[in-house]
Write a protein that binds this ligand. Structure first.
Ligand SMILES: O=C(O)CCC(=O)C(=O)O
Ligand SMILES: [Fe+2]
Length: 258
């Protein structure tokens, strides 16, 4: 039985036909939006428990490159490897999500996980082995943004919890590179950072599930406008068990390692 926190009449996640259809849409568009995946009552409950944590969130004012890796001193500062972008949004980590949260019920739901395996065409789906990375809630108050980047994990599963009044647009360019082949796509990255390439804007509302291949698709979220903070949950998984972020990556993303 699937958790009551997912609308299975709208999204029959155990149906092979539905799974195949979602996989096709993801492969065709590089991203998939499933509208109303979680019911409004569930979203209201999650917002009520998350919104008061906004001031506890971890914010960093450090800049980063699009690969989320350290700068390479052997390359010029304006090389696409070294160009810096800003991410000012805050987050709370997995160990700050209550044990009885609907977010955990969704994350741990076996039917949800098999659905993701089918749609993403992977054999297994596993939580992070560290205490911080699996479920994260992001906060972007007015003026805060998430700069252009490629994700560390091969795919991303997110759900908007609370929309901003304006701004906060999710922009992406699918399949810019093949990270498994070590492709850095410097030329395209440069032209995207310079604003010389069209980008796709993905529209989604609170309760919609969003899937995209974030390791190969460059993406960003533009600054929030207006005084409603954008709230979003990231459900992070791996296709192998036992994967943990390195201590230095944990320090970068969470400002702590446990
Ligand atoms: O906020 C979003 O919509 C995307 C989040 C994201 O790209 C990330 O957490 O890496
Ligand atoms: Fe991302």
């Amino acid at each position: 039985m699937t958790t009551m926190h997912l609308d299975t009449s709208r999204h029959p996640i155990t149906s092979d036909v539905y799974i195949a259809d979602c996989r096709q849409r993801l492969d065709r568009d590089g991203a998939l939006v499933l509208e109303g995946f979680a019911p409004a009552t569930t979203i209201a409950q999650i917002v009520a428990e998350s919104a008061p944590r906004e001031t506890d969130a971890y914010y960093t004012d450090k800049t980063h490159n699009v690969y989320l890796t350290p700068a390479d001193p052997n390359l010029p500062e304006d090389h696409p490897h070294n160009r810096q972008v800003a991410s000012s949004k805050g987050l709370i980590a997995d160990d700050e999500i209550p044990a009885d949260s609907a977010l955990r019920e969704i994350y741990n739901d076996p039917d949800f996980r098999s659905f993701l395996c089918g749609v993403l065409d992977i054999d297994g789906i596993h939580p992070y082995a560290d205490d911080l990375s699996s479920i994260n809630v992001h906060f972007a108050a007015e003026g805060m943004e998430l700069g252009w980047h490629f994700d560390n994990s091969s795919f991303a599963v997110t759900m908007l919890l609370q929309a901003a009044q304006g701004g906060a647009g999710f922009e992406h360019v699918p399949a810019v590179r093949n990270a498994d082949e070590g492709d850095m796509a410097y030329e395209r990255v440069e032209s995207i950072l310079d604003g010389n390439e069209p980008v796709k804007v993905l529209d989604f509302e609170p309760g919609d599930l969003v899937l995209f291949r974030g390791r190969d698709a460059i993406h960003r979220v533009t600054p929030t406008e207006g005084d409603t903070t954008r709230l979003l949950v990231v459900f992070a998984f791996n296709d192998r068990p036992g994967v943990a972020l390195s201590e230095s990556a944990l320090e970068t993303f969470y400002g702590r390692t446990s």
